[in-house]
Design a protein around this ligand. Structure first.
Ligand code: GRF
Length: 198
């Protein structure tokens, strides 16, 4: 199994709790993917320390050191060339990627977003759900396409919005679901059971 497992690079910007969920899932001998490296666009991302504590290779390139998005992505691509990932998993990665980069990784790059896409792209999804008075909320794992938080859905999880919910309580309950569905979705992609349509 080990040799046939897909190689996965995870891109983060911060805490890295979804990253850690993927690292833990990939420890199972029958999991179809292995985590070969964790990259951050921020030198001080907490997730880098967590990844290193799991014995995973880490690298960072601070996006502010590069004059353009393309320059930063060239540096990122240099790191990826070393790690040779088959799949990129974005996990709280807070940089917008160029259409050239997303096109190159089309069908091989996935993201997790804390809303029931196509509802509520971008930031502050929990606030938006409460302001709209929605009865349910959730999270989505999707293939990355050039539009931010767009692209074909792989898996979603739903939770009810309860009386008294705040952005923090919603975030907390949704994170539990994120940690459940992200490893499932990555496994689907790694097995070829979920593919980019068309
Ligand atoms: C998660 O809510 C994820 O859905 C969003 O950013 C957050 C990252 O959290 N894209 P973590 O860094 O995985 O803990």
């Amino acid at each position: 199994m080990t040799e046939s497992r897909k190689r996965v690079a995870i891109l983060i910007s911060g805490r890295g709790s979804n990253m850690e969920a993927l690292i833990r899932a990939a420890r199972a001998p029958d999991y179809p993917a292995q985590i070969v490296g964790v990259f951050s666009n921020k030198p001080d991302a907490e997730g880098l320390r967590t990844a290193a504590s799991h014995g995973i290779a880490t690298a960072w390139r601070w996006h502010k050191d590069y004059p353009s998005r393309t320059g930063f992505e060239l540096a990122l691509s240099d790191v990826l060339r070393l790690w040779r990932p088959d799949i990129i998993a974005l996990a709280g990665f807070m940089r917008i990627l160029t259409p050239e980069f997303t096109e190159r990784w089309k069908g091989r790059m996935i993201n997790i977003h804390p809303s029931l896409l196509p509802l509520y792209r971008g930031l502050h999804t929990h606030e938006a759900v409460l302001a709209a008075g929605d009865k349910e909320h959730g999270c989505t794992v999707h293939f990355v396409s050039p539009g931010v938080d767009e692209g074909p859905t792989i898996l979603q999880a739903r939770i009810p919005v309860l009386p008294g919910d705040t952005p923090d309580t919603l975030a907390e309950r949704i994170l539990v679901e994120e940690h459940r569905i992200y490893p499932e979705a990555l496994a689907l992609v790694a097995r070829g059971a979920a593919t980019y349509p068309g």
